[in-house]
Write a new protein. Structure first.
Length: 108
């Protein structure tokens, strides 16, 4: 009945960060921006299982790889956010047809 409880891994999984990066990358940087987050999720999910299996070096490597891919995803998401802001200020409301902005503002 009493099963031994495995000690938690001393290595971080970076799962919250990688999930956040995946969502932000998909929103601001297209699906290419979400790819590093998905890779980070895969590596992060391997940390605890490798540590539980006794592969401490593998758990450390998986944690380091998850952190690396989180940083890459963060950089792409940040570039996507900057690109969105810059393109909004350059283009403004140019996507609205002629006279469409005035109609929107007047409520017609």
């Amino acid at each position: 009945m009493n099963q031994p409880v495995a000690a938690p891994s001393p290595y971080q999984t970076y799962l919250p960060w990688s999930i956040t990066v995946t969502v932000l990358g998909a929103c601001f940087c297209c699906l290419l921006g979400a790819a590093p987050g998905v890779v980070a999720i895969v590596f992060g999910s391997q940390v605890n299982s490798k540590f539980a299996a006794g592969d401490e070096a593998g758990a450390r490597r998986a944690s380091e790889n998850a952190k690396l891919w989180c940083w890459i995803g963060t950089a792409l998401a940040a570039l996507g956010i900057v690109w969105t802001i810059v393109s909004f200020f350059i283009n403004g409301m140019s996507f609205v047809p002629n006279g469409g902005l005035e109609k929107l503002l007047q409520g017609h």
